[in-house]
Design a protein around this ligand. Structure first.
Ligand SMILES: [Zn+2]
Length: 195
């Protein structure tokens, strides 16, 4: 399953794509939309926050419940609801906030599902609260990340190989999303002559 670095790169991709979509949908003069040249608009979630959200489900390692509740559709729904509530409190578009935050968190669940898992129970409790079963795609698109820091070869060189593999897959997606976001928001408007 991907490292925090891989998950954060995926979160950046979600954030940039969300900003690009928002800019593409916004109308000129729309105060809730992304004005040309602005990286973030009133209704959007900061891209860096998307990266943090995409890595956050692995905080369950600290609670000895790895790949369970935080790696599920239930957690994705709760994150979306919490984001909507926060956005309403801040008088920002709630649906946009809910979708972007849920997508960032959901990217973690999706990538883990695609990755290799060598520690039973294999997979993640992806459909909680509907079932406690563990699911794995079997695609093994991403390698395992070792936390056995006492094994230098495995921890340093093995993890470096795993992270390189993640970047080969995810960095092009993130760069494409960044290019799309830059293209959608465009350069800052030039001041009119004489002003
Ligand atoms: Zn995970």
């Amino acid at each position: 399953m991907p490292s925090p670095i891989g998950h954060m790169v995926a979160g950046l991709a979600v954030g940039w794509a969300a900003h690009a979509l928002e800019a593409a949908r916004s109308q000129p003069g729309d105060p809730a939309g992304a004005a040309p040249g602005r990286l973030a608009s009133a209704g959007s979630i900061p891209v860096a926050f998307c990266a943090l959200l995409a890595a956050a489900p692995d905080a369950d390692i600290l609670m000895a419940s790895h790949r369970t509740y935080t790696h599920s559709v239930g957690a994705i729904a709760l994150v979306g609801l919490a984001a909507a509530a926060g956005a309403l409190w801040l008088r920002r578009p709630a649906v946009t906030a809910a979708l972007v935050c849920a997508a960032a968190w959901g990217s973690h669940v999706f990538l883990d599902w695609l990755g290799h898992d060598g520690t039973p129970p294999i997979g993640l409790m992806a459909l909680w609260p509907f079932t406690d079963r563990y699911y794995s795609s079997g695609f093994d698109l991403f390698a395992d990340v070792s936390r056995r820091y006492w094994n230098l070869d495995e921890f340093v060189f093995g993890n470096a190989r795993s992270i390189a593999r993640e970047l080969v897959v995810l960095a092009p997606l993130a760069l494409a999303a960044l290019w799309w976001q830059r293209r959608s928001t465009g350069p800052p408007p030039h001041p009119a002559p004489g002003l």
